[in-house]
Design a protein around this ligand. Structure first.
Ligand code: GLN
Length: 535
């Protein structure tokens, strides 16, 4: 155990350079040396959390065990580190202001004028330090969202300046920038990096390490030039070249000695080199597997693939476990109808129907599920996908013609998916769904039991509506199996069908728990079942 060290990761030049992946990769290297590490994301937007954001805005909303609706970068942190994150790992400007304003209303500021400095910056600093203090991490890596120079990220940069001063040797700033490549002259340009470091300096922050995102290798001259103009040592200029897979980045960072430079600058002596043997094995299988399998992902946000980030990553993990590559066919549910369903889905060996909210695209999902059910095609329905499977069964097997979820048709005579009494009284949208980890008890001799091979499992939720238990007997009579139930509340968590190679719907989100080291068993078996269809 060492005194907690705080590492800040800022970004310059453009957004989307991969601060999350660089942070997760550094964390992986430190963890692989035996340190206890966590990563935190500070998001400068004013929403309290991304739970109420449309996926087109920010991609998927990731859910932690303790029910926080968070930025999708937290998914990367968990997938890389194989340790759960929590509420404390994602802080937004909305949350900061909410806390400060509540304190002001309670009179906690004793008549003082409440200001960005020191009150907002103090609250930002408290949220950063809390991870080290409460959970006793060796390293807390804090990623500051946005780009240096953005008006809304200024208080965060100011908090970093103050913390650097307070923590001295126990803190360090990594600045991630872009080296654009000019193809006409065949040159990598350093000027934008120099400018963005100047901008950081204007805020009083001197970066200790510069990580340069680049399409081409950087030579010694470029390293020297950046070192000279940005006041860092040459070893502290790190190349982050585009990688084939995000999972290669920890190895690239190791080659560049990012972890060694960090440890040296923080005066930490490590007893061991990073042990990345399992990671390398994973990557090797990922890059060398020749077998391929085609699986459809039917959803309504498919134009923005980040909307289904965790599902796509879970397929990569499950593919590696099955020594194959999963080719995801991104299929827009609004484009599916009874006439074209066969031609659209005949190319795939399995069908996943995605989570979602609202009516748009729902009928296409139901048609896809009918096709999977009737043609013995492996099917996995997640959350809304499971609810659609219930609706499909109600309409086409039980002949409840207008069966629906009350979310889609409040006037349906067969609300097979409905709100619980406790949800009916809620009129606030933010943070009021069934969120986070809940137990689920599995029924023996079911496919779900065979897959998980245990009685009680824990999975994460994010939904308002539930299977309506009044219909349970009618469904069971016609062959639907309720193979997973919440033991306390009797809520349906997993449905499946007998006499089908693989037909499973889950009310929870298995994708959130799939990591490189622990690929999720549902995805692993789903991919396996798809491979079996290959013949
Ligand atoms: N819209 C559905 C509900 O609220 C499903 C949510 C989801 O797929 N995450 O219950």
């Amino acid at each position: 155990m060492i005194t907690t060290k705080y590492i800040f990761v800022t970004g310059g030049v453009t957004s989307s350079l991969g601060k999350g992946i660089v942070s997760a990769s550094l964390a992986k290297l430190l963890q692989a040396r035996g340190f206890k590490v966590t990563i935190q994301k500070l998001d400068p937007y004013i929403n309290v959390d991304p739970g109420t954001l449309n996926p087109y805005e920010h991609g998927e909303c990731y859910v932690t065990n303790d029910g926080a609706e968070t930025d999708l970068d937290l998914g990367h942190y968990e997938r890389f580190l194989n340790t759960p994150t929590s509420q404390a790992n994602n802080v937004t400007t909305g949350k900061i202001y909410q806390t400060v304003i509540e304190k002001e209303r309670k009179g906690d500021y004793l008549g003082k004028t409440v200001q960005v400095i020191p009150h907002i910056t103090d609250e930002i600093k408290r949220r950063i330090k809390i991870l080290g203090q409460q959970y006793q991490y060796d390293f807390v890596i804090t990623e500051i969202g946005g780009t240096v120079g953005d008006i809304e990220s200024t208080p965060y940069i100011e908090a970093v300046r103050q913390l650097k001063w307070e923590l001295g040797q126990n803190s360090l700033v990594i600045h991630l920038t872009l080296l654009p490549y000019l193809s006409s002259t065949g040159e990598l340009k350093t000027k934008p990096t120099q400018h963005s470091v100047k901008m950081l300096l204007e805020h009083g922050v001197q970066p200790d390490i510069i990580v340069c995102r680049t399409e081409h290798k950087i030579n010694d001259d470029i390293r020297k030039k950046i070192a000279l103009f940005c006041n860092v040592s040459k070893e502290a200029v790190i190349e982050a070249i585009d990688a084939r897979s995000i999972y290669e980045v920890p190895l690239l960072m190791e080659q560049e000695k990012l972890d060694e430079v960090v440890l040296k600058k923080l005066n930490v002596v490590a007893d061991q080199k990073p042990d990345l043997s399992k990671w390398k094995e994973f990557l090797n299988t990922l890059y060398t597997s020749e077998k391929q399998v085609d699986i459809a992902l039917v959803g309504k946000y498919v134009e923005l693939k980040d909307s289904y980030k965790s599902i796509a990553e879970a397929f990569i993990h499950a593919g590696v476990q099955n020594k194959c590559k999963v080719n995801i066919h991104w299929i827009h549910s609004e484009k599916i109808n009874k006439e074209n369903v066969r031609s659209i889905l005949s190319k795939v060996k399995a069908i996943l129907v995605a989570p979602g909210f609202g009516n748009r695209g729902i009928e296409g999902k139901i048609i896809a599920i009918e096709y999977a059910r009737k043609n013995n095609i492996p099917f996995l329905g997640i959350c809304l996908g499971m609810q659609c499977a219930v609706i499909e069964f109600a309409r086409n097997v039980l002949n409840y013609e207008d069966a629906n979820s009350r979310e889609m048709n409040p006037a349906t005579t067969h609300p097979v998916i409905d709100l619980l009494e406790s949800q009916k009284k809620i009129d606030y949208m933010g943070g009021t769904m069934r969120l986070g980890s809940y137990p689920c008890e599995l029924k023996e001799n079911t496919l779900a039991y065979k897959i998980y091979n245990q009685k009680i499992i824990y999975e994460r939720h994010r939904h308002r509506y539930e299977f309506n238990n009044e219909y349970m007997d009618a469904f069971a009579e016609k062959g639907m199996v309720f193979s997973g139930m919440n033991p306390e509340k009797g809520l349906v968590e997993i449905i499946e069908l007998k006499d089908h190679p693989f037909f499973i719907g889950v009310q929870f989100h298995p994708e959130y728990k799939s990591t490189v080291e622990n690929p999720h068993p549902l995805f692993v078996h789903f991919v396996k079942s798809a491979l079996e269809q290959n013949g």
